[in-house]
Ligand binder design. Structure first.
Ligand code: PTJ
Length: 241
């Protein structure tokens, strides 16, 4: 891998990119994950690589939903596994939700590599999809789920989701929380709660809120309004530069 000098003005961003590259070399991230990451980087650049009030409000709502969930599941793909292994494991322990490996680009080897990677980072409860349990009506590889996990979840927390499964889960009455830097994506628009932020900042910030903030406010939440504010922020940046 390329050595990144710590004096480089884009050091932090390039280091994160390296994690994704290494993830591909380790058989954890898909090659399509590189493209997905590039798209995320572009949105993050326009957002000034910062976490805004619209993301924090969505996190606050997510904390409320996760705290009251009966059977929450964290769905993990190749990108999330390499970008935030420690914090996703920590989140799983705090909310007592299993980490379920669920990937779009089908590969049994990659599923196992993701599970092993999470376990190396301290995960105690990792579920793998079962070829016997399918979400009927969903066509992608994401239809294979674990019978003790997504199959019976009331809340699914899924960073970097694809629109199809998101729509499917929402139709089934499951509450879906996502992290997506693109407020225009189908996932962002279909989920109940969309945290428009980089997963590398969002998961630690969510943990911080979970541990340190009482969530007893009954302030109403509109995901549509959150997305409008995020889109405005993106457009404002491109107009003034
Ligand atoms: O491991 P797999 O096979 O499940 O691969 C999953 C990917 C991510 C390749 C797959 O789900 C995919 O193709 O994703 P998309 O449709 O490209 O969507 C990814 C979304 O996540 C885009 O809207 C990106 O802007 C966004 N995104 C990318 N990187 C980040 C991100 N959002 C938050 N944080 C990021 N670091």
């Amino acid at each position: 891998m390329t050595e990144i000098p710590c004096t480089h003005p884009r050091f932090a961003s390039l280091k994160i990119r390296t994690l994704i590259e290494e993830g591909v070399a380790q058989g954890i991230t898909s090659t399509a994950g590189l493209i997905a990451h590039g798209r995320g980087e572009a949105f993050d650049y326009l957002l000034g690589e910062d976490t805004y009030d619209f993301a924090l409000e969505a996190m606050y709502e997510a904390v409320k939903v996760l705290k009251t969930a009966k059977h929450p599941i964290i769905s993990v793909n190749g990108n999330t596994a390499v970008l935030v292994p420690d914090s996703i494991v920590k989140l799983s322990k705090i909310i007592q939700a299993p980490l379920e490996v669920n990937i779009f680009h089908s590969s049994k080897e990659r599923e196992v590599a993701i599970a092993n990677h999470l376990q190396k980072h301290g995960a105690e409860n990792v579920l793998l999809p079962s070829s016997d349990t399918e979400l009927t009506g969903l066509e992608s590889n994401r239809r294979f789920v674990n019978p003790e996990g997504i199959a019976k979840a009331d809340v699914v927390f899924v960073p970097l989701e694809d629109g199809d499964r998101c729509e499917y889960l929402v139709k089934r009455g499951v509450r879906v929380i996502t992290v997506d830097l693109n407020p225009l994506s189908r996932t962002a628009r279909t989920s109940h709660i969309t945290i428009v932020d980089n997963v590398v900042r969002a998961i630690p910030a969510l943990i911080n809120l979970l541990l340190n903030t009482p969530t007893n406010s009954s302030k109403s939440f509109s995901n549509r309004e959150i997305l409008i504010r995020a889109e405005k922020k993106l457009r404002a940046f491109s107009q003034c530069s």
